[in-house]
Design a protein around this ligand. Structure first.
Ligand code: SAM
Length: 182
């Protein structure tokens, strides 16, 4: 399980706009949770609906996974680093994942994985300890985050059991089986 690492992983999603990003931000958080992150922050506009839908998932499917709106993302990144953590910005312009992932995994620092929205301010590139690309092609924050977490955990996240889950899937070759745990 992911708990064997000394570090924790949180995701910071920048520039959320409720009208346009509702689904994609929700997907960033669902992927973050499912692939082993401990929680997420987001900036832009506060969105109670997105927060509620993630909390509902955690209530049913387990955690731990926290979600928190941050008004000032610059402050959040600076505080994270001041507390001894490192900031990792996923961007198509960064250093290739394969070249840096071992060093990132080896470092004992808690990791703040930053993904952008429409336009990412230059300051993010400067504040980040690492700017990491997952291919040099434009794609998506959801795709970038999943591949990054999968490589960071070396696939261990696929076997993760969630604490305090009320429901759980029993894998089937065909069909669906879900059990209630309490
Ligand atoms: N055009 C925007 C900019 O200013 O960089 C990025 C838009 S992209 C739809 C949204 C986010 O997906 C990016 O901020 C980045 O976090 C992630 N992303 C997209 N392609 C990526 C890649 N090849 N490698 C890493 N992250 C990527």
């Amino acid at each position: 399980m992911c708990h064997q690492h000394s570090w924790k992983v949180f995701v910071l999603r920048l520039g959320h706009r409720p009208e346009r990003d509702k689904r994609i931000t929700t997907h960033v958080f669902l992927v973050a949770r499912a692939f082993g992150a401990h929680g997420a922050f987001y900036s832009g506009q506060k969105d109670e609906k997105v927060e509620a839908s993630i909390r509902k998932v955690v209530e049913s499917w387990g955690g731990p996974f926290s979600i928190e709106y941050v008004e000032e993302w610059v402050k959040k990144i600076r505080e994270w680093k001041k507390m001894g953590g490192e900031a990792i910005h996923l961007t198509m312009y960064g250093l290739p994942l394969n070249e840096v992932i071992q060093e990132i995994r080896k470092s004992k620092k808690d990791k703040l994985i930053i993904v952008g929205g429409e336009k990412v301010p230059r300051l993010v590139y400067d504040l980040a300890d690492w700017n990491v690309s997952i291919t040099l092609q434009p794609h998506s924050e959801v795709g970038a985050l999943s591949v990054f977490l999968h490589e960071l955990y070396m696939g261990e996240e696929l076997k993760r059991e969630f604490e305090n889950a009320r429901i759980k899937v029993i894998p089937q070759a065909r069909g669906k089986k879900v059990i209630r745990l309490f």
